[in-house]
Design a protein around this ligand. Structure first.
Ligand code: C2O
Ligand code: CU
Length: 467
């Protein structure tokens, strides 16, 4: 059984504003710069290399789907054509789209029926690395291949890199075995770049679990997290990078005059010597051997709470918030509810599973603080739609380096975070765990603007499944 997220009617404040339907919160009809794409969702048989073949659901016959490129400020228009046997939608992960363009079936639109089409339109306000994926029954549709990359380059261009490459990590089930693919190949991915080239490498985790990787052969900076630039990033050597499910890292580095750089998968064996870690990708044309690296082992886990340098004017722990909420993340079986009458585990926010999680009501302009506490043994990559979270503190300790803005915050067992977001994008937004399994089984809630209503419902004729 799939628990579905229910949209609750919004009580109108007496004598206050009139209400608007989320369906009316759309992108503009025209703009000076427009980028138009068509994504056809359809089944396809994919060859992942080394004899691995999967029957996937794709955009335009590939998985990942086509990379969509836009420039900051462009109006992006995407026509989704559904040639799947099931209804579907597209969500723009990390992009602050207008409320009606968010792609959540049963909340911001009805799922698009087989044989039908739907058009999304939104201005990309912020540069960065983003992605798109189905948001109808996403627990089924995303693992089957319905995802792709959206890259927004800054206007005017800020930094010149010789090579700008993306590595999408996604795990396929091949003959019953979890097999990691990078850009749709289970073999070795090669990214061409001449010796000495300046490279931007955009790493995107499109799985439901964290991936830990490292780059060896060149020292690098973490230039951006979830598409948002870090301030004063320092060079790192062979640091382990924990990428949350749904999260992104932009690395920048200069290739050596000889040899290449390698992206290695540390997985759970973070103490293993580098030469024992599987190579995911080789960047450059030279030869690469992890034994050529300056060190034999990785250099500890990257920690974004103490990286880069502070910036002026940032929102901090001391900034006054207009509203504060605590979200306790848990798992029912760990709270003495093991007598629950079904076998699926239940993941909870403040002791409740969706659709019974209480929404957060916000008013436009508010600075909203969230205190997020993980009271379980699981990792919860918490994702807020339509907004970004400024990280203020972890375990009560304020950030010491660069300001950090994320849309997907990995909350590890017994960790707590204080974050804030500016309520500047009216709509009805999901806040959920991006372990899609956890989201389906309860860990999902809503952030609702006062005065915004939705005509869409889970289920119904469209067969909407929000998560
Ligand atoms: Cu990446 Cu609710 O989604
Ligand atoms: Cu989770």
């Amino acid at each position: 059984m799939g628990s579905m997220v229910m949209a609750r009617p919004v009580p109108a404040r007496k004598g206050a504003m009139s209400t608007v339907s989320v369906a009316s919160l759309t992108g503009p009809g025209a703009a000076a710069h427009v980028r138009t794409f068509t994504l056809t969702a359809r089944p396809a048989r994919l060859r992942l290399g080394a004899g691995a073949v999967v029957d996937a659901w794709t955009y335009n016959g590939t998985s990942p789907g086509p990379t969509l490129h836009a420039r900051q400020g462009d109006l992006v228009i995407v026509r989704l054509v559904n040639r799947l046997p099931v209804p579907t939608t597209i969500h723009w992960h990390g992009v602050a789209v207008p409320g009606g363009e968010d792609g959540v079936a049963g909340l911001t639109q009805d799922a698009v029926a087989p044989g039908h089409a739907y058009t999304y339109r939104f201005v990309v306000r912020d540069a960065g690395t983003y992605w798109y994926h189905a948001h109808q029954d996403s627990l089924t549709q995303v693992p089957r291949g319905l995802y792709g990359t959206l890259i927004v380059t800054p206007t005017p261009p800020r930094i010149r890199d010789d090579v700008d490459a993306t590595v999408v990590l996604h795990t396929w089930q091949i003959r019953g075995k979890d097999t990691l693919a990078a850009n749709g190949t289970t073999g070795l991915l090669r990214i061409g770049a001449r010796a000495g080239a300046r490279v931007r490498l955009r790493l995107i985790n499109m799985d439901v679990d964290m991936h830990v990787v490292t780059l060896v052969g060149a020292s690098f900076t973490v230039a951006a997290l979830d598409g948002h630039d870090l301030h004063g990033p320092q060079p790192l050597a062979a640091a382990l990078l924990p990428i949350a499910a749904g999260g992104r890292y932009d690395l920048r580095f200069r290739l050596p005059a000889r040899g290449a750089a390698g992206l290695l998968l540390a997985g759970d064996r973070r103490d293993a010597p580098l030469h024992a870690m599987p190579i995911v990708a080789i960047i450059g044309t030279g030869s690469f051997l992890p034994t050529h690296a300056a060190s034999t082992h990785a250099h500890g886990l990257f920690d974004f709470t103490a990286y880069g340098t502070p910036a002026r004017g940032a929102i901090t722990l001391h900034t006054r918030a207009d509203a504060s909420y605590t979200l306790r993340l848990g798992n029912l079986s760990q709270h003495g509810f093991s007598a629950v009458a079904h076998l699926d585990p239940v993941y909870t926010i403040n002791g409740k599973a969706a659709p019974d999680t209480a929404p957060i009501m916000v008013r436009r302009g508010q600075l909203v603080r969230l205190h997020i506490v993980n009271e379980s043994d699981y990792v919860y990559p918490m994702h807020l739609h339509g907004h970004t979270l400024v990280v203020l503190a972890r375990n009560g300790r304020p950030l010491r380096g660069s300001p950090v803005t994320l849309d997907t915050l990995d909350v590890l067992p017994s960790e707590s975070y204080d974050v804030a977001f500016r309520a500047d994008n009216p709509g009805i937004w999901m806040l959920h765990c991006h372990n899609l399994y956890h989201a389906r089984y309860g860990m999902s809630m809503m952030v609702m603007y006062e005065g915004v209503t939705t005509p869409f419902r889970p289920g119904g004729a469209a067969g909407n499944v929000s998560d």
